[in-house]
Design a protein around this ligand. Structure first.
Ligand code: SAH
Length: 500
């Protein structure tokens, strides 16, 4: 069990019976491996301990906090001998926040960690031979600047000990807010925006929302930035319906302070009066400026160091739209997907789980016809609007579950529906087997598979392998620097096609 969950760098952990350890005991351990969630894994007398905030290569003083039969959990007390990959995290909140699990590693080592994670999953779960993986696995595409990359931030608003409004993040798995208006992963403008909102709340005596009582007004602040356009959007999520377009006391005062920020394009309010963890409410009302901001994603050339090309696709983004949060890496990821698709202009392509049509619109530049399928109606509406905005007419979008829409279309065609290329970009929970079966029946020459979790990806690649497809290329891409997440794009081609 242990070797399955934890072994990233290849250490095989042998199960041992619990030694004479005790809870609260201080021990010195060498961190010899890391789990796929970025926790250090140490061993003492062969007995494994999971130790958060340590990295591979550390020797650490650890306090035992939990003991199980075959493994234990420790809390880092002190790094005795730091690993060569250990770096002082830039963010002083990184331990309590939990958003950046591996910020204490050099960025280069983070990339190695992710590359190894993909490789190990392919071997252990996908059942691929190591030589095969070495032949098809390409080096991870990293970021040039692993800070300030997120175009979207959602800050909860709460109170500090003195009752002052604060913006920050939830500590660990709790609901108490630690004040920090300057997450280093986000846009530089976030801080100024949040400070203006907090100053306004203080001056006007506006109470932050309190989850326990359900009282108070401002729940969250959502900020989005179009990196290419420089446009900024702010949406305040409030716990009260408005009247005649007024949602906040002296609303004009807030608008006047925010609208002066360079790039400010849209200020809105979303009403959410429900006692829920869901951030956004259903209603959104623009109180200043436009309803959307725009952003452009450029197609890059993976063969030429991802040099940008002239071709870009522009998106209108509303507060509720799904839009990739790391635009710089998104351009690389989509360009890889497009290049893997190997389009000549004559192909029919199905883009499954298409969201607001981002990949579909990229593909449409080089395909004859693209069909997108997406379950969220609003996203499909956005996808159609985005196609129109870019004057793209060779795409068609269907709203519905991919595992229902695609098999239904296949049945309707009497089993004749074919696609030259199929692109899959499922959410975390993955693809239904019914969909995978239909994709195979459509006999695409190539399948491009984008996935944010390498373990289930490896499982599906194995399935395609058993059904006539060969893994040709696989390239990890870092979309979330400092976190343990890794995105991967793969190319599978149909075995009978000799030329591939
Ligand atoms: N390719 C898009 C979106 C990827 S995220 C992009 O890169 O922007 C995965 C998408 O799958 C989400 O938009 C989600 O709403 C959608 N989705 C989730 N379950 C689905 C299902 N069963 N069928 C179709 N789409 C689904």
């Amino acid at each position: 069990v242990i070797s399955k969950v934890c072994s990233i760098f290849g250490m095989r952990i042998k199960m041992r019976m619990k030694m004479n350890f005790e809870k609260n005991q201080l021990i010195t351990v060498d961190i010899v491996d890391m789990t796929s969630e970025g926790e250090g894994l140490g061993k003492l007398d062969g007995f494994p301990f999971f130790v958060k905030d340590t990295v591979i290569g550390d020797q650490a003083l650890v306090r035992i906090v939990k003991l199980k039969k075959n493994y234990g959990y420790g809390r880092l007390e002190k790094v005795i001998r730091p690993a060569s990959c250990r770096r002082e995290p830039k963010c002083s909140f990184h331990k309590s926040c939990g958003g950046c699990q591996i910020q204490a590693m050099s960025y280069e080592s983070q990339l190695t960690f992710k590359q190894t994670k993909v490789k190990n999953n392919l071997i252990r779960i996908g059942g691929f031979e190591e030589e095969k993986i070495n032949a098809v696995l390409e080096p991870i595409v990293g970021m040039e600047e692993p800070f300030g990359y997120r175009n979207k931030a959602q800050y909860p608003i709460g109170k500090d000990k003195n009752g002052n409004p604060v913006a920050g993040f939830y500590a660990g798995r709790t609901h108490s807010i630690i004040a920090n208006t300057d997450c280093l992963l986000g846009a530089a403008e976030n801080r100024e925006i949040l400070e203006k909102v907090l100053a306004y709340m203080k001056e006007e005596g506006i109470a932050p929302y309190d989850e326990e009582s359900g009282k108070g007004l401002i729940r969250h602040v959502l900020i989005r930035k179009g990196f290419a356009s420089g446009e900024l959007m702010i949406c305040l999520i409030v716990n009260q319906k408005g009247r005649n377009g007024i949602y906040l006391k002296n609303q004009d005062k807030l608008i006047s302070s925010l609208s002066h920020i360079k790039g400010m394009t849209s200020i809105s309010v979303s009403v959410n009066c429900d006692r829920t963890n869901v951030i956004m409410g259903k209603e959104i009302h623009t109180i200043w400026g436009k309803d959307t901001i725009s952003d452009t994603i450029f197609i890059r050339n993976p063969e030429k160091g991802f040099a940008p090309t002239e071709k870009g696709i522009t998106f209108a983004i509303s507060p509720r739209s799904f839009y990739q949060v790391n635009p710089v890496q998104t351009e690389k990821l989509y360009s890889l997907a497009l290049s893997f698709a190997g389009l000549t202009g004559a192909e029919t392509v199905w883009d499954l789980y298409c969201g607001i049509g981002t990949i579909s619109l990229f593909l449409s530049q080089k395909a004859d016809k693209v069909y997108g399928v997406e379950i969220v109606e609003q996203a499909v509406k956005n996808a159609r609007e985005n196609a129109a905005l870019n004057e793209i007419s060779n795409v068609e979008f269907f709203a519905g579950a991919a595992e229902e829409v695609v098999p239904a279309k296949y049945r309707e065609s009497g089993g004749t529906l074919r696609s030259d290329v199929v692109v899959l970009d499922p959410p975390r929970k993955g693809c239904d087997e019914k969909l995978l079966q239909t994709v195979i029946q459509m006999e695409p020459k190539r399948i491009v598979y984008v996935r944010c979790d390498p373990a289930p990806l490896a499982r599906d690649l194995k399935y395609f392998g058993e059904n006539g497809y060969v893994l040709k290329r696989i390239c990890p891409c870092d979309m979330f620097g400092h976190s343990y997440h890794v995105e991967t794009v793969c190319l599978l081609s149909k075995r009978s096609i000799m030329s591939m």
